[in-house]
Design a protein around this ligand. Structure first.
Ligand SMILES: Cc1cc2nc3c(=O)[nH]c(=O)nc-3n(C[C@H](O)[C@H](O)[C@H](O)COP(=O)(O)OP(=O)(O)OC[C@H]3O[C@@H](n4cnc5c(N)ncnc54)[C@H](O)[C@@H]3O)c2cc1C
Length: 399
């Protein structure tokens, strides 16, 4: 079996793996980046669109966000639409910070380019990835080469498991010492991308007894929409005519008709969260969604993945400079923020989805009215608004 020696094997070229790999390279630490999909595929895969300002500034300090900062639109407000009225929530005015709107595939394209054009060793389309000897000082990752069909081994000091929610890295954590905490919201979101210009400058959250709906500008030509739907619903049950009727109803305000267009993506996301603890085993360290998933309710996943990646790259860099402490504290540092975000996401979920308990197969008017009380407090109390705004933009979340 052919083999390569390196210092760190990074599994997965999403935002987490690409950030780790670029930062290590910039510190002169050799790494090999292994990605199951082709480069063209990951550079075209649409997913997230919102990055919190602190994450962008951190990437920018390392020279990883130049195009993003030049091109991305800034957003510091969103709108709740409820009972036919608009309520604008200006979180940038409360916190001094905003989001950058930048499609995830653009960030991935930039980070792949910086790594590969900078001489980094990235291998795309690798098959059947397996991890070995994780508790030894010299673990390895083996895979099938997509061109030759032969097995290849990458020997290393550390494995960064950044292969997301459907990867293999987290399956190597021992069952008896690993805790997986899960929360299932019991609903789905129909995730839609439409070839339609945005109907509003910012994010719109529609709170409606028929279910939640959202509008998020992605570019001048493309808009993302979400519609709350039953868990496990079939996207085929949502023909274009039904999609637009529900969006127009759930996001309705007297002067705010939604601009319609061809649907270019339509899939159902299960609304569930998990956290894997600890996030490491032997020489394997997880980062991003391989360790924790947060449903896209508060648009947090990509920023959290970057947070882990920044910490992991810094901890590995310290280890090569004879300081083991940051690596020993890695799990704790990540998980403090992860749990704050999980709790916030759950809290916001109730604001957005609770009112739909008014209707449906088993109505729960108590829940629906309590959720509306939560929203009124958020819109009416400056103290509640301040606390919410800070969590929404990722300020003060390391308790
Ligand atoms: C529809 C949608 C909308 C979202 N909106 C937002 C948003 O607005 N803001 C936000 O912050 N987050 C959002 N998210 C979440 C965000 O996309 C994720 O949190 C983010 O992609 C996590 O990054 P990651 O690097 O941990 O994992 P991923 O991006 O999943 O990257 C993992 C990589 O590993 C590769 N891989 C998988 N298995 C293997 C293997 N065995 N070997 C090698 N490679 C492998 C995958 O192909 C992938 O490239 C959204 C997600 C979805 C689905």
């Amino acid at each position: 079996m052919a083999s390569t020696n390196t210092r760190v094997a990074v599994v997965g070229a999403g935002p987490a793996g690409l950030t780790v790999a670029n930062l290590l390279r910039r510190q002169g630490i050799d790494c090999v980046l292994l990605e199951a999909e082709s480069r063209a595929f990951i550079e075209g895969r649409p997913r997230a669109g919102f990055l919190e300002e602190w994450a962008v500034r951190a990437l920018q300090r390392h020279g990883l966000a130049d195009r993003l900062v030049r091109q991305a639109e800034r957003q510091g407000a969103f709108e709740f639409r409820v009972d036919g009225a608009r309520h604008t929530f200006r979180y940038a005015e409360l916190t001094g910070h905003h989001h950058f709107v930048y499609p995830q595939q653009e960030l991935v394209t930039d980070l792949v380019g910086l790594f590969v054009e900078g001489g980094g060793d990235a291998r795309f389309g690798v098959g059947d990835v397996r991890l070995h000897d994780l508790t030894s000082p010299r673990p390895s990752v083996s895979y099938t080469d997509p061109h030759t069909g032969e097995r290849h081994r990458v020997e290393c000091d550390y494995v960064a498991g950044c292969d997301g929610a459907r990867g293999v890295s987290n399956t190597y954590l021992p069952r008896d010492t690993t805790r997986v905490s899960r929360h299932d919201y019991g609903i789905g979101w129909l995730a839609l991308l439409a070839e339609a210009p945005p109907s509003s400058d910012g994010v719109v959250f529609g709170i409606h007894p028929r279910g939640f709906a959202a509008h998020m500008a992605r570019s001048p030509q493309v808009t993302r929409f979400y519609l709350q739907c039953p868990a496990g619903d079939d996207p085929a049950a949502w023909p274009e005519e039904r999609v637009w009727r529900e969006l127009q109803t759930r996001l309705a305000v007297p002067d705010g008709k939604i601009t319609e267009g061809r649907l270019i993506e339509k899939r159902v996301l299960e609304m569930h969260n998990y956290v894997i603890e600890p996030m490491s085993y032997g020489r394997l360290y997880l980062a991003g969604e391989s360790a924790h998933l947060v449903a896209p309710i508060a648009a947090k996943g990509m920023s959290l993945a970057v947070h882990d990646a920044l910490l992991l790259a810094a901890a590995l860099t310290s280890w090569y400079r004879d300081d083991n402490a940051p690596l020993a504290g890695y799990d704790g540092a990540c998980l403090r923020r992860v749990w704050q975000i999980q709790e916030f996401s759950q809290w916001l979920s109730e604001v957005l989805h609770g009112p739909s308990a008014e209707l449906g197969p088993s109505p729960d008017p108590f829940r629906a009215r309590a959720a509306r009380a939560r929203l009124r407090r958020l819109l009416g109390s400056p103290t509640a608004a301040q606390a919410f705004a800070e969590l929404y933009i990722g300020k003060h979340t390391d308790f």
